[in-house]
Design a protein around this ligand. Sequence first.
Ligand code: SAH
Length: 577
Amino acid sequence: MTKIAPAVIVLGENSVPVARKIINVLPGATLYGLAGRTSGVDVSFTNFGETLRELFAEGTPLIGICAAGILIRTLAPMLSDKKQEPPLLAVAEDGSTVVPLLGGLNGVNDLARRIAEVLDVQPAITTTGDIRFRTALLSPPPGYHLANPDDAKKFISDLLAGAQVKLEGTAPWLSNSQLPIDPNGNLTIQVTEHLVIPAPNRLVYHPATIAIALSDLSETSITVDSIQQLLADANLAAASVAGIFAPITIAADPSIQAIANAFNVPIRFFTPNQLENLISQGYSPAQAIAIKATSSSRHLPISPFPHLAIAIAPTPIDPSTIGQPRGRLAIIGTGPGDSKWMSPEVKEILKSATDLVGYKTYINLIGSLADGKQRHESDNREEIARATMALDLAASGRYVAVVSSGDPGIYAMAAAVFEVCDRHPKPEWESIDIHVAPGISAMQAAAAAIGAPLGHDFCAISLSDILKPWSIIEQRIAAAAQADFAIAFYNPVSQERTWQLTEARNILLQYRTPDTPVVLARNLGRPGQMVQVIKLQDLTPDVADMRTVILVGSSQTRTIQHSDGRISVYTPRRYTT
Ligand code: SAH
């Protein structure tokens, strides 16, 4: 639950500067702003209550830059299970106060401390145990898992009433706290990766010290069950598993993801180079991985599987500092321009991606979603070089978003990436998780702006003869016209290419009447949007440019002249001959 990135909610423009400061220290956080009162936010909402309740129900940590009372009243009907509650905080509009309200079991006080630090104020922490002992026994820091939270309430009240506590095992956050630690205490806090029986007077924390190393998954007997059994036989707690570690060569194997999901831990990978040294010293690949992951060679001697090794690190493992994650490459379409035409999936990807690759104009269209990411801008024509660079970056463990406008599969980068994978493959690219996220293409946006000109069969033709010869384009236009398709022309003209559009019109006129409706749509969803309807006979190169998409009607396409002067164009779904 705490893995969901927080939402910062503002009700007016005055609160935006404080919200931005907070977002800077909370990677992946989304800025929600009330529509009409705020601008430049990630998500603009109209119904405050509904939005807040929806986010809360999903478990999103919520930071409202508003009065505490509004937040409490809005969410009051939903407060039933404190274990499930995400953190909820109120922050004063001028940043002078940070008040953790809910989500004590899910780290609200830590979140409050982080926010207070960036705002340079004291957080208003009211949890008695937290204040007295300078530590939150119920929400331990990353790397520690409390095995018996149900016993904690009584345990903490006993401590507050004066009981002393014995510490077994080591954890700096406990020994450095102000807990009344005493070797003869009648309460015990135990830190161990072993399975022990918790009790009301014994809190058990499992440190994330166990690394599971897998070197080959073709051995079918390695399953979630067999790993769990192995841990149980060794009396080890599954909650102490910090991560799954493997060679990058098996990154694409779905069963490794299934194993990581079952333990709810990340997977980190090593390249062959990183393992070479240990393997040459006589360790098996699995052992070499386990040693790398734990900087230790305390192996379980009993793994019955040659491709599985388990090791225990002396202190909790932070997987994000070890090896690399599986690289990801998302080829995304941002839609024609306006962010309301960008899919939620694409926005999600843009939030998580580490690197953006693309033509500068397209990256600029993303606006603030591009903030804080490595940009790799290039010329619009260097598609193959750009695709290769994106794949190399992803293979190194980055999360790369290749950005196209419109749809990435329509005259855009997706085909270039797959072409490079197909024609110039590199073995290290095999590990990459490649995903294409669709967008609204220019022809759809153009059609929507004027009615429904693509309502029946249609096709798309690019008039650019840079990547294909004009003779082919000519044939295609004639065939499409003859087949009576409505046609979307992409790349109709550029500074160097002007005669092509005239040629296209002349071919069309052999099959279509001169008054066939033609839609010219320019800068859709961008400043200077223009949508206009002309007749086929008037289609000349000067009416279009590189930012125009042209829709030519079929023989059935009709124009409606509305009484207020507006024009609609549509192609009926019923065909009449
Ligand atoms: N992948 C894009 C197309 C890229 S080819 C998409 O699916 O929309 C570039 C051509 O697309 C331009 O020459 C123009 O014909 C069209 N185009 C792209 N964005 C446009 C916009 N915002 N308004 C009008 N036409 C656009």
